[in-house]
Structure formats: C-alpha cells, structure tokens
Design a protein around this ligand. Structure first.
Ligand code: PLP
Length: 480
C-alpha cells in the first residue's frame, strides 16, 4: 500500500518515526531525573472539586455573561460543535500528516477538503489552506505568499501599505515578513484616505492589507477602486477577514478582486477562543497565488480518494505542523453545515442589526466619532464623560460590576478613549436592552456621582490591579 511516506505519493523522502520507548529510561540524562518523589498535596476529591469549581466561577465567559468585546466576536459557540469534534473516529485519529496513512483518514481529509471548498465559495477564492493556527498566523502566511509571488516574477518590492484602521496584527505581520509598512490615515468618514493612498502607491509596494469592515466598524466604500490601482502595479490585495460575520452572503472578497483572504474560524465560524487559542486562521487565495500555497493540500483523485498533495509548484512550504488545529476545523465545518446558506446570511444581518441598534440607542449619551451606519461593531468614545473625570477604563470596570464583560477599550488606536462594542448575532434583544440600560445608567452617573464609576468594580475578587504589573508578574492564585 502506498503510504504518505512513500516518495511516489508525497514527493518527499520517508523518515523514521519509531520512538524507542523501552530505552527512554536509558536515554534520559541523569540530571533530568527526579531524585525523590514529588510532593503532591494530599486532598480529598471533594476539596479538589470545590477548588476547581470555585476557580471556574471566577471565569468570565460567553456561556455565563454578555461579552461585547469589539473585534473579537465573542459569539455563542453551539455545543454541537464540541460534540462533533470529539467523535471517536476523529479524536482518536493520529495527527493527519505525516503519521497516518491517507487511506486510514479519508473521513478527516474529506472534512478538510469540503471545508476548504465551502470557505472558497463563501469568500470567492480559488483555493484554501487550513494550516494556520490563528489570524495573525494566517496573515504571516498571506504575506509570505505575497513575497513568493513577487520573487517568482522578479519584482523588487519593499513596502506593504496598511491603513491606520487595520487590525494591529496587520503591520506586525508585514514587518515580520521583512517589509516596511506604509501607514495611510483615515478620513472623516472613517475610511482610508484614498488620495494619500494614491500618492504612496508605487512599483515598490508589494501589496495592501485591508481590514473590511475596518476596526472602526465601517465599510470601505472605495475598495473596488483601491484594488484596481493595486493591480495596476502588479501588487497584491489582502483582505483581513477575521470578522466575516459582517459580510457573509453579502460580499465575496474574491468578487471585488482581493487576492488573499484570511478568516478567523474562531471568530466568524463559531469555534471557541480566548487566552490565545487554539484557533484557526485559514487562508484563501485567487488564481494568481495558487502556485505558492503551503503544502500539503488535500485533493481528491478521480476515484474519489482524498490524498495529500505536496506538488504545489512554488510552495512556501508547510506553515504548521500536521494539519493545523484539526478539531477547530471540525467545529467550523459542523457550524457551517448546520446553518446552511440561509443561516449564514442570517448571521450577518443580525450581527449588523444588533450593532446598529446599540448605536442608535446610545448615540445621545456617548460620543460617536463616525456617525454613519456601522457594520458588525460600533465604536464610541468616552469623550462626553471625560469632563467629569470618567474614562473608558472606568466605564469598563463599572460594567464588570453589572455582570457584563467590558467592550474593547483604547482600540482602535486612531480613536482617543475608544469604546468598541460588538454585540454579535447570538444575543437576545433582552440582553442587548439590558446592556443599553446599564450604559445609559453609567452616562447619567458620570454626571452626578462620577466617583462611583471611578472606584468600581466593587463586586470582584480584586478591584483595580496595576495592569502592567499584573501582566508582567502574573500571579495565578488568590485567596478565596
Ligand atoms: C482578531 C483579529 C486578528 C488576529 O487574529 P488572532 O487569531 O488573534 O491572531 C486579525 N485581524 C482582525 C480584524 C481581528 O479582529
């Protein structure tokens, strides 16, 4: 039987994966061995249960509370996704590549193949890699694809254009791949200043990275014109689609000319996130970039057999071990199949409606820097409250006392005292109305009793830690 170690299938030499477990004892250097038994605390099962149950109660999660954290899409993740991802046929499978013969993981390969196909349909892209572990990882993959494209064509490019309203990871990814970043300011409507963009666009620009809708929660109306200009210079248009719940079924980035799209499955497609992972930042490309995609790709031969294709012509190589976070791919696949086309369109309509509802309800109380229809999130500021000494951070703390996770604050950086609210499509009107009421209470309290907000929270285990110190000298225990 052909195995994926077989050169004829993979194009790679086989390698030895035998682990000499029985000799492990001998192989381990003495200095790494434990000299005496570990001192483990002697506690009863009940004490352990209480300890962890009490700790878990300190968690703030979508399953317990409203979580309108802008740019993060903290939507409800249906539990059926979890069920699918632990089906024994999947969860007992060894990592797909290179440890399992492809004949033995046809089901898993079919999932990857179908998911890639569906995501291509959704984004208007030609091909997709599901390897990247996170959004930023997808961005780096995308920029490496961009670099490979220019290298193959003998183009000498130094710069990547990133509007100020892009997600912060965009310039970081471009810099990591060796490009210098040209930042373009936003105009009074919150869109990239197209005149400055035109001035900066030259033969030395490798491409542009656009977050659409931008981190200001607004749609870029000039994308078609921008992409035409980018293409005129043989440069690449990159779409940051981390938050695709603003456009599902309404706009396919490929249809307006984008060449690369990354999607955060852990934001848009109902897979959990937080604390840094595990996520999935799949990357789709147009015709122009298919020859550079990471290997392996999952393909299907004319007998309907799925296999791993290592033969991509100018591949940038593998960007993740095995096949990315496969359990996350399974969850996203379940989510898409469960909702179907109509369900996906419904996501976008509700996500955008909910954000606009909040905007309308709160705009008489909070300063709205860009007063126009928003997409899946809305950016306010604390400017009206500052005159009473109440800042965005104080509003955030007061919300915690009201069992609401704070919105994103002080981001996007281009908006001073930003309060970025993303209700998502999964919240009920009651929950959103309650949030609106609390926000209105805060605005009123800021006028009458600002101290109350400035000293909150009162109901949490700790009140206001020194945030820098807390991040640098993390302490994971507390007295309860
Ligand atoms: C979250 C986000 C990213 C980064 O994704 P990670 O998975 O956190 O690396 C990139 N772009 C946008 C617009 C995002 O919202």
């Amino acid at each position: 039987m052909n195995t994926i170690f077989d050169k004829s299938v993979t194009g790679r030499k086989g390698f030895n994966i035998e682990t000499p477990i029985k000799d492990a004892e001998k192989l381990l250097d003495k200095k790494f061995k434990r000299l005496k038994d570990a001192e483990l605390p002697q506690v009863s099962e009940l004490d352990v249960i209480r300890h962890f149950t009490n700790l878990s109660r300190l968690n703030f999660s979508v399953d317990t509370h409203f979580y309108p954290l802008g740019s993060c899409t903290m939507k409800y993740n249906p539990k059926i996704n979890e069920k699918v991802s632990i089906l024994p046929g999947f969860s007992n499978l060894h990592p797909i590549t290179p440890y399992v013969d492809y004949h033995l993981c046809q089901g898993a390969l079919e999932v990857i193949y179908n998911l890639s196909y569906l995501l291509c349909e959704i984004t208007g892209m030609k091909k997709m890699t599901t390897q990247p572990y996170a959004g930023a990882h997808g961005e780096l993959t995308g920029i490496l694809l961009m670099a490979a494209y220019h290298k193959a064509r003998g183009n000498k490019r130094k710069y990547v254009i990133v509007p100020e309203s892009a997600h912060g990871t965009n310039p970081a990814s471009a810099a990591m791949a060796g490009y210098s970043v040209i930042s373009i300011p936003v105009n009074s409507r919150g869109e990239m200043d197209i005149d400055i963009f035109k001035e900066k666009m030259t033969e030395e620009v490798a491409g542009i990275m656009m977050t659409v809708p931008s981190t200001l929660g607004v749609f870029e109306n000039n994308i078609k014109e921008i992409i035409e200009i980018v293409h005129k210079y043989d440069a690449i248009a990159y779409y940051d689609g981390a938050n695709l719940n603003a456009i599902l079924g309404k706009l396919r980035p490929g249809d307006v000319g984008f060449d690369i799209v990354h999607i955060n499955l852990h934001k848009t497609f109902g897979t959990p996130h937080g604390g840094g992972g595990p996520g999935s930042g799949v990357v789709g490309v147009s015709d122009r970039l298919c020859d550079f995609l990471p290997v392996p790709l999952v393909e299907r031969n004319n007998k309907g057999i799925y296999y791993l294709d290592f033969s991509v012509k100018n591949t940038i190589g593998q960007v993740a071990s095995f096949y990315g976070n496969f359990a996350v791919l399974l969850k996203a696949y379940a989510y898409i199949i469960m909702l179907g086309k109509e369900g996906l369109i419904d996501i976008t309509e509700k996500a955008v409606l909910n954000a606009n509802y909040i905007m309308k309800k709160l705009k008489n109380y909070y300063h709205l820097p860009f007063d126009r229809t928003c997409m899946h999130e809305v950016v306010f500021t604390a400017k009206n409250q500052i005159k009473n000494g109440v800042h965005a951070v104080d509003i955030a703390k007061y919300l915690i006392d009201n069992n609401i996770h704070p919105p994103t604050i002080y981001f996007p950086l281009v908006v001073e005292e930003a309060i970025m609210i993303e209700p998502t499509e999964t919240e009920s009107k009651q929950t959103i109305d309650n949030f609106v009421d609390v926000m209105i209470d805060i605005a009123n309290l800021a006028e009458k009793e600002p101290e109350k907000i400035k000293n909150s929270p009162f109901n949490t285990v700790i009140s206001r830690p020194d945030e820098t110190k807390a991040a640098r000298e993390i302490k994971l225990t507390c007295d309860m």
